[in-house]
Design a protein around this ligand. Sequence first.
Ligand code: 15L
Length: 271
Amino acid sequence: MRVLVTGAAGSIGSVLCSGLVDRGHSVAGLDRVPEPEGFTGAWFTADCADPDAVEAVFTACVKAGGLDAVVHLAGIPTEASLPEELTSHVVTTAALLDAMVRHGVARIVYASSNHAVGRTPRSDLLDTGARPRPDTFYGVAKVAAEGLLSLYVDRHGLDAVATRIGSFLPQPETTRALATWLSHDDAVRMFEACLTTPDPGFAVIYGVSANTRGWWDLAPGRALGYEPQDDAERYVDVVHATDTDEAEAAHVGGVFAMPQFERPALDGPAT
Ligand code: 15L
């Protein structure tokens, strides 16, 4: 499969690009920074929020043999002002979707986040039908980006899978991550399943490993062929309890749902 990966130089991007290449896919990378050492495919240094730049990337990919799908990982991975978040997650997604429609690229797999439902209180099982309940402006932007995907699926018949990723780390480092961890290998498995599953239409899944302490529904991912194989429990002896564990466990989004993440939406006048 010929795949364009945005945010290809980032933490998930670098793992995913080499993972997809190892599995026989042809990968083009797009990022605001130059290609990392060792990257072997086509590389585009561009900002996904710029529709002209995105158009040039698609034109080049199509000319070089075609494009089957986009994996959209680019974006600020944490909290910022609302306009910054909307540009980083919603405008970039819109620019890619418009280019997909123009160039007949049928599938996008999107790195959404658990923070789209981060203010959801702890329960026995978090299902993907839970109402959007963001914990931050970052989460608000992820909800809006998921909405855009849904709109383009309905309007243009695209396939779009939003993966609400948990804690993508080499290994879990906190008590919360014993439940929310997504291993590197499982991330590659998950994205490949989302790229290759037949006709997903619009789908939302949770991007976590098969953690013993996990409580986010894995069934929607499994329905698309994502079979997680790792379990954070393997690291239980190296994760140390802290005073904030209980507060972090109260909501899906952990610390993002706690008061220290509260800030005004806009960078207003200095007081
Ligand atoms: C995310 O979506 C963030 O990008 C990352 O910084 C972590 O907060 C992660 O979720 C998580 O919930 O652990």
